[in-house]
Design a protein around this ligand. Structure first.
Ligand code: GSH
Length: 199
């Protein structure tokens, strides 16, 4: 078994999908959480100067979703056919497009608040409507079993709900999907034991 070391901040953020997949795979890994103070020094040492990074026997992999796809394939969560894999990737990209629009690192609090508010109030409803329609009467976003797209929905929506608690009030099916992911025993265990962080 390779040695896996995940490097990220003490947050769920972009590392959480990797942590969910490790939990599902029941693979031990080093969940290395660095402080903001240590980041400038660490930044010099990682490829492309961004985290998360997953080191596999010392080989650094970057880009959270590339790492996620690598682990999802291993876990059988990437989609059962090539067509389903494309659908899974498309849901992931759709969620990631939206999450990437938030100015997470904006220093000016008033500008940050305004942009967050606009995204949550004006843009989120359309995305949620589309996700709800896409899910339809199915149990999972793609195919007839859980995929990492469902995991990513749970992770992104957990963060969005911190920012806007009534976000899913009109979308009970999307809430049910969250609950289904959260009640997969290994995911439930991880959620119970993970460090509590706001984001
Ligand atoms: N698309 C990349 C984004 C990586 C990224 O922007 N990471 C942020 C943290 S979420 C980061 O490293 N910020 C610190 C910096 O840019 O100095 C991924 O998904 O891994």
């Amino acid at each position: 078994m390779p040695h896996y070391k995940l490097i990220y901040f003490n947050m769920r953020g972009r590392a959480e999908i990797i942590r969910y997949l490790f939990a599902y795979l029941d693979i031990q890994y080093e969940d290395h959480r660095i402080s903001q103070d240590d980041w400038p020094a660490v930044k010099q040492t990682v490829p492309f100067g961004k985290i998360p990074i997953l080191e596999v026997d010392g080989v650094p992999l970057h880009q959270s979703l590339a790492i996620g796809r690598f682990l999802a394939r291993e876990a059988g969560l990437a989609g059962k056919t090539e067509l389903e894999q494309c659908q899974v990737d498309a849901i992931i990209d759709t969620l990631d497009d939206f999450m990437s629009r938030f100015p997470w690192a904006e220093k000016k609090q008033d500008i940050k608040d305004q942009m967050f508010n606009e995204l949550l109030t004006n843009d989120a409803p359309g995305l949620l409507q589309d996700l709800d329609l896409y899910l339809g009467k199915k149990d999972w976003f793609v195919g007839n079993s859980v995929t990492w797209a469902d995991f990513y929905w749970d992770i992104c929506s957990t963060t969005l709900l911190v920012l806007k608690q009534d976000l899913l009030d009109k979308h009970p099916k999307l809430v049910v999907l969250r609950k289904k992911v959260q009640s997969i025993p290994v995911i439930a265990d991880w959620i119970k034991q993970r460090p509590e962080t706001r984001m």
